[in-house]
Design a protein around this ligand. Sequence first.
Ligand code: GDP
Length: 443
Amino acid sequence: MFDALADRLEDAWKKLRGQDKISESNIKEALQEVRRALLAADVNLQVVRGFIKDVEQKALGADVITGVNPGQQFIKIVYDELVNLMGESNVPLAQADQAPTVILMAGLQGTGKTTATAKLALYLRKENRSALMVATDVYRPAAIDQLKTLGQQIDVPVFDLGSDANPVEIARQGVEKAKELGVDTVLIDTAGRLQIDPQMMAELAQIKQVVNPDDTLLVVDAMTGQEAANLTHTFHEQIGITGAILTKLDGDTRGGAALSVRQISGQPIKFVGVGEKVEALQPFYPDRLASRILNMGDVLTLVEKAQEAIDVGDVEKLQNKILEATFDFDDFIKQMRFMKNMGSLGGLLKMIPGMNKLSSGDIEKGEKELKRTEAMISSMTTEERKNPDLLAKSPGRRRRIAQGSGHSETDVSKLITNFTKMRTMMQQMGMGGMPGGMPGMGA
Ligand code: GDP
């Protein structure tokens, strides 16, 4: 799911790659890309606007994190905002102090309301909370049968008064029945229409008034995209919801609905439906969905690791050395060790968005190169490491290092040329300061 969105965000991050700092000019395009991505995913325009504004503010005000490039940092900010937008942590189902807890299910026809009612009943049973389901959809006789069948399947009782009774009355008696049976939670399934309908809304409002639910859950079909915003708005305004269940997330859906519901209603998505089976219900975790939307490998882990692994004092020392033109092979080794602290190159690359598509061959090549470089540096004398110019001048020294490390003289020459080039470049930039920025110095 959300593949298109993930791809577009990946484009946005690519635009920031190679830049050394987030700035007003270079962030513009990336933000534009995020905006396009969210709109393409059917996120409500208003929601998108607010989101982009927040991301921009945070990104421009963000401190530079050493060892993390602006692209990664930008993605982290987008991620944090996504999580923020969807609500920070999982919000559980309501539980009344005094049983029964009453849960009212609302939503349009076909969204998966009846299925979600049974899914919740099963979920509650697994939590050792007993349930009673109440069938108030008298307009579609098949709906009552559907709930009964599901009830049998999961061994949860269903209360109904047939299709001639008044839905408000069924709901009222349903709650009475729950008290009588001593069940923990009563789930009231209600009638839906294909579109928002004043009569349906009025009836729902009446039921709500009579049963005074602890949770009023709007069931939203994730496939409805942009419509989810209007739907949420109307239901929240007219009925007052306390949460939502997003269904059909297993399908080929866009991310729009998930992002809109919380923003429009201020209420959390509590569960997601991920299949037709009664077991296919999961608590909603905003952070998981955000990661999934971003499809960014584990860039967040990378950011966190970088923050952990860097000893700020060390980095400053390295930067001074670069400025003073005394950066040598010892410093270079330090830099490589720093990278190793952060995990293997393969692991590291996989965490970088876009890089997770690298073939294992590419990664192997990078790691091999790193090892070769290290082997060559290990064969240098202390003096040579401190003074790379010695090597540039002496073919004899280069030959010895080649033999000592099991590499060719050409390899050693290349290492020295590249190292010298890099050092000059870093001096020209004034501040090298990119620990981990130079994976291989070999061929
Ligand atoms: P209601 O009219 O809102 O009560 O909707 P139903 O519960 O009858 O569900 C409508 C259709 O959607 C049925 O075919 C369900 O099997 C299907 N459905 C419900 N939830 C999900 C879900 O999470 N994933 C998928 N793939 N299908 C679902």
